[in-house]
Design a protein around this ligand. Structure first.
Ligand code: HEC
Length: 108
């Protein structure tokens, strides 16, 4: 392999792993609007007794969603989350966490 080919190979690997680690915000937003928005409100701002879930570190959101997916109680109303987290793949959790970290609700 030429040096150039090796460099290109390394670069694409870097790009791919970066993508996988940081999650895809756009995909996260789309997924969020499918179900999560019904309880957590637009941009994760929270609604009534449903917690605000935007603005948290990616690692925090990921660990919460993984715990719900595993059926581990976090708060008094975890059972409401279980059925929604159950359906999430690792990729979806990463995307949702990336989206929610910077999601902002603009009141007009
Ligand atoms: C039926 C309403 C409902 C839906 C739909 C729902 N949630 Fe929740 N969510 C809740 C409730 C209630 C809690 C608090 C649960 C508890 O007491 O542990 C919660 C908690 C959370 C938390 C933890 C908040 C914290 O800081 O402790 C995250 C993160 C979260 N939800 C993300 C999501 C995502 C992402 C989706 C979509 C895949 C989603 N939720 C769909 C009702 C819902």
């Amino acid at each position: 392999m030429t040096i150039l080919a090796k460099a290109l190979c390394f670069l694409s690997l870097l790009m791919f792993s970066g993508y996988a680690l940081s999650g895809d915000k756009m995909a996260g937003e789309t997924r969020y609007k499918e179900t999560c928005i019904n309880c957590h409100g637009p941009a994760g701002k929270g609604a009534a007794s449903y917690p605000k879930i935007s603005g948290n570190e990616v690692s925090y959101t990921k660990s919460k969603l993984e715990a719900y997916r595993d059926g581990i109680k976090q708060g008094p109303n975890s059972s409401l989350m279980f059925m929604f987290a159950e359906a999430l793949t690792d990729g979806e959790i990463a995307n949702l966490a990336a989206y929610l970290k910077d999601a902002k609700y603009n009141e007009n």
